[in-house]
Structure formats: structure tokens, C-alpha cells
Design a protein around this ligand. Structure first.
Ligand SMILES: Nc1nc2c(ncn2[C@@H]2O[C@H](COP(=O)(O)OP(=O)(O)OP(=O)(O)O)[C@@H](O)[C@H]2O)c(=O)[nH]1
Ligand SMILES: [Mg+2]
Length: 795
């Protein structure tokens, strides 16, 4: 029989706990014991020696030792310490005079080496008497809160009425069972597109687990002041039944952010090995209309009233597939797009008690410690020493491992070995519990550091997964072909069918890789790039929408850039061209340039970088505005266009587009569209678009990034990619190719991307080829992928 089987067998069959009951004389120890075994409690004399009782409780055999508490007998208490699984300390709550004496005795016990890691239950007995102090006062007086090296609890009880006795015993048994600690920390709430004003709140639950501790970070000073807007908090975080509720906060405007900065610890009892843990997050909401005068509300007055009115409107959930390991993860949780908001969340799970876990093997214990220590060690400041000690201990403590090597020679009947095994288990419980407490204190004192590390981890992992969706051409300067890419994407999707998400903790709604957008990339590097200085204070990124659109169209780009880069990026969403359809591109460019110059001058920051993302026509307006932004040329970083008809529509073979444009042109007498189809001048060389190809500007950028989709029927593929089309004698084509050459000749480097979207049938626009054109801004997953995969364009 292998050693582990033996351990499991011993632990399973024995399930016997030795409980030591101590306390001053007259505290009621013997009475409690008798009450627990349903014996008569009327005839009880002071105990001069000790009593042993065997009790059965939840399948556990409890071996309870009650030792007399008179002063002269206390020196013998130490005879009973050995092999104790749990310590019960009984206090006479009605005898205030002797509380101090009781506290001193308890302190001595807690300092005893043999009782070092033993859980402590304090019974605040005799609660039936009027003069009895409540449990929390006794807890204060005994300074129980200072205990941080073991699990402890205080339970108010009366041996006379039996009240509280069962509760206490249940707590004791619990400490003997496998427990998984789950910590959930909510860092920041970002409103992206919550269309209804009102009070919002996050509710977290872990089915089967009890929330028991709220963790607020004490390091407020690390957080910029304007992020913490106290007046938006309507009521504080709380625990109610099995739920943990974040603060309730008022959301009135779009883009509002709430630094929630609150966490909760849950304890999950006896979980089967190999089973999963679920974590549920709900977005709760209360419509502002149901609160008539929001500004005069004193929310603190009717917290519970508001609380009960909140309704869940959206949901997100996680699965932890191996809770017997230490897991930690950061996840920016997006609620569904009807209630589009984001909660930056950290999740930690760890076993905090492993005593009777079936199948828990020592390698896993090692792994657990190593992960924890490797990953969190460097963020610790105040906790560093104690953790270092634990680490040293674990490294030197090879007891369990050695035993398993020697299992052949092992004699099952050797009582010493059983003791050793038991001891090892106790050591581990203890260390696990200490680690758990350390984690809680890290979240209290140092959570921003931990958050940063986990955010980086998340970026790395998600990037790794999404790399599967990039198909890069190794040869430089190759033209992307829509036909080839379409075929390649189809095959690649097929081959990815069984690729699973490798993360330990994942959100249920995770989208399988085969339905992700596929990205084809080719880089055309013309000149050696200069070393880019990273020494800048802020990066302004201008997000410009397309024809007849509004800045709202760019909301996903705005949201994801903000969540990914936090305060390193400042977004500028110009509104000067919203709904415009009768201005020329040049006029719109002028308005844009003015708006940007105003914005930047107003900010008064001098060391900044400037980048642009333009969708469709937006990409052209930006190019047209560049000569007017010459003063910022050394600050220019990335120019990104999404489905922009850089070289117009002239060579388009799409009947639909041609006729479509004609129609709109007639209808609107639209200048922009005339320009796009190069009908604004009889002489092509004098059309605005041709002129634009000679404008200065693109040469200032480190990155010129051009995106198209071969599925986009709104913009000719070659025009969107600034690629030549086959030579012919058609003068339109000759001019077109000349435009391509003009633009290309300026850029130091062009990154071309062709995107293959998985467009669902539901999107009827597909038939007029619009779907792919707006996927660049409407496909949240695509925006995320692009921002996370190609972060170099944004930082
Ligand atoms: N009112 C009340 N009296 C209690 C309660 N528990 C114990 N007593 C009384 O307190 C006295 C002492 O109880 P014991 O159980 O003998 O106390 P002990 O802690 O075992 O004392 P030693 O054996 O001397 O250490 C007895 O008279 C009990 O009847 C209680 O919950 N309520
Ligand atoms: Mg007694």
C-alpha cells in the first residue's frame, strides 16, 4: 500500500479528534460537556482530576478532555497538550472580576509550543445570566483579534439552556474539514455604455461558500483623488446571507469611473477533490426615476430599503477548475453589451485546510506554496519577513516528501510514523492558514502592486491565446490578397476547433478561438526606425468616427484603450464633425485640427505623444488635418486607419457601391462623397483625394497602421490597404496607382492588416457589405484583440 493511501485511510477511518477543554474553575466546562452528551447537569461538583467524553458529531469521533481549572490544578494542564486537535477555552461571562485572570491563562496556553497551531474556540458561557457580558466584549477583553497564528472563534453559549453549544462544536468540526478560501477583489468600475441612470452595485457569490470578511484597502493615497468620488457612493459594501455586495454607487454620466477598491473573503467547506468552484457576479441596478429627488437623498438613512429594491440586470461568472491549488487571476469583467460596463476584478483561491481532503498529494502542496511565494513575494513589504520564514521552512521541511520515498520500508503499525504524519499535516494546515492571512493583508496594504503584476500576467496570457489568430507574412512588402486570406482564414478556423482556453479561472462566456476575428499582417519597412523614446508623460490618442457618425461610434475603442492603458493614455474624441454631411473633407479636417490644438493647449502638458485612430472617412480627415498639426510632428506616434478608402472609389468594381454612392450623392448633394468618388474635379490630378496623397504628415509617424477587411464591401480592398492594382491603360487606374506610390513613398513603415470576421447571419447588413465595415468599431472582441496584441502602437 502506498504511503498516500495509508494516510488517506488513517485520516478517513480515524476521523477522530482530540479536543482539550480548559478554563478557570467554575467556568462551566464540565457542565458544557455533560450538556453536550445529554446528561443531567444539576449535580456537578468541581473537577479535581479530569473527565473524558466520547462524542459523535457529523461523522467525527470527538475525544473530549475536560481538566479541572482550579489554580493549583493548572500546572498539570500541560500533561494534556500532546496530540490536541483543538482547544476549547471556557469563560464565565457573568464573572467580570475574573476575566483578566482568564485572559492571562489563555495567553499562556497560546504560547505553548505543543498547542501552537491548534484552532481555538472560546465559549462565552452562562449567557442565561443577566449580568453576562456579550461575546464581543469578552473577545475585546481577551484581545482575540490579535491572534493571527491559528484559526479562532468565540461563541456565546449557555450550558444551562444549551444555547450556542452546537454552533461552537460545528465551528470546531469545520476547522477540521478541507476549506477553500476564495478572495474576490473589485478594483474599479467603469461605465462604458450604461444607458440608464441610477444606482449600480456588484453582487458576488460563491455557491456553497460563506462570505465572512470584507477587505478595504488602506492605501488610498496611491490613488488619484478625482477617481474617488465619495458623493457617488450611496451605501457601503456589506455581507448579507451568502452574498457580498460592493458599494452602491450612482451613475449619471457616461464614462464615469468608480474606484470600488473592496474585497471579500469567502470560505468554502469540504470540497471534493477535482471539483470546480463557481464564482458569480451580478450587476444590480435601481432606476434613478424611482428616486424622485436624487440630490437631496440621504442614502445612508435607508440603506436596507434601497438595497432590497436593487434588481439584477446582468451577470458574469467564473469557474475555478482546480481549487486545491493556489490560483490568482486578474480579469477585466465586461457585463453584457446592453449594460456595458467593466469591473476590474482580482480572484484568488487557496486551500486553507487540507486535513481530510481525499486525494490531496504532497506535490500539490509544494506547488501551491511555490506558486504563491514566487508570484506574490516581490510585492510584499511589511509581510516580507514572515513569508520569507515560511518559505525557508517549507524548503527545509522535506518530511512528507522523505516519507513518500521510503514507503516500501514503512510499517503501518508504527505509532511514531502516524504521529509524524499527523504533525506534518498540522504544520501544513498552519502554514496554509498563515499564507491565507498574508494574502488578506497584502490586499489591505499593498493591493495596487499585486494588481499590476496580475494585470501584466493577464495581458501576457490573453496575448498568447490570441496569437493563434494572427497570420503574419514573413516576406516584407508583399501585397495582401483578399482571396488568399479568405481561404487561409477558413482553414485556420477549422484547424482551431479544439483549442481550449488554458487558464485556470475563466469566464463562462469565453468565446472559442475559431469564432475570433483572424488577423493577417504584413509589415513594409522602408527606413530604419529611430529609437522611440518612452520618456513621455501622456499619450493623446484621437479617435475619429466615420461618415455621418458620432463620437459614440468609437466607444469600444475608447473603453478598451482606457481599461488596458489606464492613465497612460488620454483619449480625444472630437465632436466637431458629428452628423456632418455637407462639408468638404478639407473643411472637416480644419475643424478637427482646431479641436485637437485647443485640447492640447488647454492641457498644458509638454512631453506627450500623439496618435490617431480613424474609422472609414475619419482616416482621411485625419490625414487631411496633419499639415495643420505640423507643430506636433515630433510627437506623432501611430496613425491607424480602419477601413478607410485612402485612394477613393475610382477603381471599384462593386456595382453596389457605385450605385449606392450615386444615389446618396444625388440625394444629399454631398461634397464628401463627391470627393471620395473623385468627382469633385474633372481633372483627376486636381481632385481632393489625389491632392491629399501628396500632403505631408504620414512621414512623421513611427507607425502607419492600415486595416482593411476583405469582407468589407463599402471600401475597395486595395484602396483601404493603399496597395497597387494591376497595371492597365485605364487612366483611372494609372492615377490610382500614382496615389498609392505617393502615399507609400512617405511612410517609414507601413503595417497592413486584413481582418477576417466571423459574421453571423443575424447581421443582415452583410448583404450590403456593411457588416464588415463597421465590425472594426462594433466588434468588441476584435477591438480588444487589436489593442492587447499590438500594444506597441499605443504606448
Ligand atoms: N447559570 C448558569 N450556570 C452555569 C452554566 N454553566 C455552568 N454553570 C454553573 O457553574 C458552576 C460551575 O460549573 P462546572 O461545570 O463545575 O465548572 P468547571 O469549569 O467544570 O469548574 P472546575 O471543574 O472547577 O474547573 C456550576 O454550579 C454550574 O451549575 C450556565 O450556562 N449557566
Ligand atoms: Mg469541572
Amino acid at each position: 500500500m502506498g504511503l498516500l493511501n495509508i494516510i488517506r485511510k488513517i485520516k478517513k477511518s480515524e476521523k477522530e479528534l482530540r479536543i482539550l477543554v480548559l478554563g478557570l474553575d467554575n467556568a462551566g466546562k464540565t457542565t458544557i460537556l455533560k450538556a453536550l452528551s445529554n446528561e443531567d447537569i444539576n449535580q456537578i461538583a468541581p473537577t479535581h482530576g479530569f473527565n473524558i467524553k466520547n462524542l459523535q458529531h457529523e461523522g467525527f469521533k470527538l475525544n473530549v478532555w475536560d481538566v479541572g481549572g482550579q489554580e493549583k490544578l493548572r500546572e498539570y494542564w500541560s500533561n494534556f497538550y500532546e496530540n490536541t486537535d483543538a482547544l476549547v477555552f471556557v469563560i464565565d461571562s457573568s464573572d467580570q472580576m475574573r476575566l483578566e485572570e482568564g485572559g492571562k491563562e489563555l495567553d499562556k496556553l497560546l504560547g505553548e509550543a505543543e498547542l501552537k497551531k491548534v484552532p481555538l474556540l472560546v465559549f462565552a458561557n452562562k449567557q442565561d445570566l443577566v449580568q453576562a457580558l456579550p461575546a464581543d466584549e469578552i473577545s475585546d477583553s481577551l484581545k482575540l483579534n490579535k491572534i493571527n497564528d491559528r484559526q479562532w472563534s468565540i461563541v456565546a453559549c449557555s450550558a444551562k439552556t444549551q444555547e450556542g453549544l452546537q454552533e461552537g462544536m460545528e465551528w470546531l468540526i469545520k476547522t477540521m474539514k478541507t476549506q477553500i478560501g476564495v478572495l474576490i477583489h473589485l478594483h474599479k468600475f467603469t461605465n462604458i455604455d450604461l444607458s440608464t441612470q441610477g444606482i449600480y452595485q456588484i453582487r458576488v457569490s460563491v455557491p456553497g461558500a460563506q462570505p465572512y470578511l470584507i477587505i478595504n484597502s488602506t492605501r488610498q493615497e496611491a490613488i488619484s483623488v478625482n477617481e474617488v468620488d465619495e458623493k457617488h457612493i450611496c451605501y457601503p459594501e456589506n455581507i448579507h446571507h451568502q452574498y457580498f455586495y460592493s458599494q452602491g454607487f450612482l451613475i449619471i454620466y457616461e464614462d464615469e469611473e468608480m474606484l470600488t477598491n473592496v474585497g471579500c473573503a469567502f470560505r468554502l467547506e469540504e470540497i471534493q477533490f477535482n471539483s470546480n468552484i463557481q464564482i458569480q457576479m451580478d450587476l444590480l441596478f435601481l432606476d434613478i426615476k424611482s428616486l424622485p429627488d436624487i440630490h437631496s437623498q440621504d442614502f445612508t438613512q435607508n440603506v436596507m430599503h434601497l438595497h432590497s429594491k436593487m434588481k439584477p440586470v446582468s451577470h458574469a461568472s467564473f469557474l475555478v477548475s482546480n481549487p486545491h491549488h493556489y490560483n490568482q487571476m486578474y480579469y477585466p469583467v465586461d457585463f453584457d453589451t446592453n449594460h456595458f460596463c467593466n469591473v476590474q476584478t482580482q480572484i484568488f483561491t487557496t486551500p486553507i485546510n487540507i486535513s481530510f481532503t481525499k486525494g490531496f498529494v504532497e506535490e500539490q502542496i509544494k506547488l501551491h506554496f511555490n506558486t504563491f511565494i514566487n508570484q506574490t513575494m516581490h510585492v510584499l513589504t511589511s509581510n516580507r519577513n514572515s513569508l520569507q520564514n515560511i518559505m525557508l521552512k517549507i524548503q527545509s521541511d522535506k518530511k512528507i516528501i522523505q516519507l513518500s520515498y521510503k514507503e516500501q520500508e514503512y510499517n503501518i503499525n508504527d505509532p511514531n510514523l502516524i504521529n509524524q504524519i499527523n504533525q506534518s499535516f498540522y504544520d501544513l494546515h498552519h502554514d496554509l492558514y498563515v499564507l491565507w492571512c498574508e494574502l488578506i493583508s497584502i490586499l489591505k496594504d499593498n493591493y495596487l502592486n499585486l494588481l499590476r503584476i496580475l494585470q501584466q500576467d493577464y495581458c501576457d496570457q490573453i496575448k498568447q491565446r490570441w496569437m493563434n489568430c494572427i497570420l503574419s507574412y514573413s516576406t516584407q512588402n508583399i501585397n495582401l490578397s483578399s482571396h488568399t486570406n479568405q481561404e487561409l482564414a477558413k482553414n485556420k478556423r477549422h484547424s482551431l476547433k479544439n483549442t481550449e482556453f488554458q487558464r485556470i479561472v475563466y469566464i463562462e462566456a469565453i468565446i472559442p478561438l475559431q469564432s475570433h476575428p483572424f488577423i493577417f499582417r504584413t509589415t513594409h519597412l522602408k527606413q530604419g526606425l529611430q529609437q522611440i523614446s518612452n520618456d513621455f508623460r501622456v499619450h493623446y490618442v484621437v479617435l475619429l468616427h466615420g461618415y455621418q457618425g458620432t463620437s459614440y461610434d468609437m466607444r469600444y475603442w475608447k473603453a478598451i484603450l482606457k481599461i488596458r492603458f489606464q492613465d497612460k493614455i488620454k483619449l480625444i474624441l472630437p465632436t466637431c464633425n458629428e452628423f456632418i454631411n455637407n462639408k468638404s473633407i478639407k473643411q472637416q479636417a480644419q475643424d478637427l485640427a482646431e479641436e485637437i490644438i485647443d485640447y492640447i493647449n488647454h492641457e498644458r502638458v509638454f512631453d506627450f505623444k500623439l496618435s490617431f485612430v480613424g474609422h472609414s472617412l475619419g482616416g482621411l480627415i485625419i490625414r487631411a488635418a496633419l499639415p495643420m498639426l505640423q507643430q506636433f510632428q515630433i510627437q506623432m506616434h501611430s496613425y491607424i486607419s480602419l477601413g478607410t478608402p485612402h485612394c477613393g472609389y475610382a477603381p471599384s468594381k462593386s456595382f453596389l457601391i457605385d450605385t449606392g454612392l450615386m444615389m446618396i450623392q444625388k440625394w444629399n448633394k454631398c461634397k464628401t462623397l463627391q470627393e471620395l468618388s473623385q468627382k469633385d474635379n474633372k481633372n483627376i490630378a486636381s481632385t481632393f483625394l489625389y491632392q491629399l496623397s501628396t500632403f505631408e504628415g504620414l512621414e512623421w509617424f513611427n507607425n502607419v497602421v492600415i486595416l482593411s477587411s476583405h469582407q468589407d464591401h463599402y471600401v475597395p480592398f486595395q484602396s483601404a490597404l493603399i496597395q497597387n492594382i494591376e497595371e492597365s491603360n485605364d487612366p483611372k487606374i494609372l492615377f490610382y496607382n500614382q496615389m498609392v506610390t505617393n502615399i507609400q513613398s512617405k511612410c517609414k513603415k507601413i503595417d497592413r492588416f486584413d481582418i477576417d470576421f466571423l459574421i453571423t447571419k443575424k447581421k443582415l447588413d452583410k448583404f450590403i457589405g456593411r457588416a464588415a465595415h463597421i465590425e472594426f468599431i462594433d466588434n468588441l472582441l476584435f477591438v480588444k484583440m487589436f489593442v492587447y496584441l499590438f500594444s506597441e502602437f499605443f504606448i
